[in-house]
Ligand binder design. Structure first.
Ligand code: CUA
Length: 129
């Protein structure tokens, strides 16, 4: 019985790891759009709040060409943030200032393996003109 449980745990973590390694070309469509809030207006200071296993918003907004301060706050659990397309990574409690010079939508993902819901920790960052 114990052995079966251990095997199940190993399989589950292998699946989670595989999902973690997958890039934007992953087989599953993003599912975060149907949950969580969308920022109405772009902000120049954004605190991304992470918990098990989600970010506090489904979509964050910033303005193109305007410096933005991005902070990661871990409300629950241990999470990190990586923003695709730009070389931006945030650790817990860290603030990074960045200016997006291209409008578009970037993927925010958790970059620390944090448990069963790791692969679901996704959000969008939209850079508006
Ligand atoms: Cu949160 Cu991985």
């Amino acid at each position: 019985m114990k052995r079966i449980l251990l095997f199940a745990v190993l399989v589950a973590s292998a699946v989670a790891m595989a999902a973690c390694g997958a890039s934007s070309s992953g087989s599953k469509p993003p599912t975060n759009q149907d949950q969580g809030a969308v920022m109405a207006e772009p902000a120049s200071e954004i605190v991304i709040k992470a918990s098990n296993f989600k970010f506090d918003m489904a979509e964050y907004k910033v303005k193109k060409g305007q410096p933005v301060k991005l902070t990661l706050q871990n409300v629950e659990g241990v999470h990190g943030v990586a923003i695709s397309g730009v070389n931006l990574n945030l650790k817990a409690g860290e603030t990074v200032e960045y200016t997006f010079d291209k409008a578009g939508t970037y993927d925010i993902v958790c970059n620390i393996y944090c448990g069963a819901g790791h692969a679901q920790m996704r959000a969008k960052l939209t850079v508006v003109e």
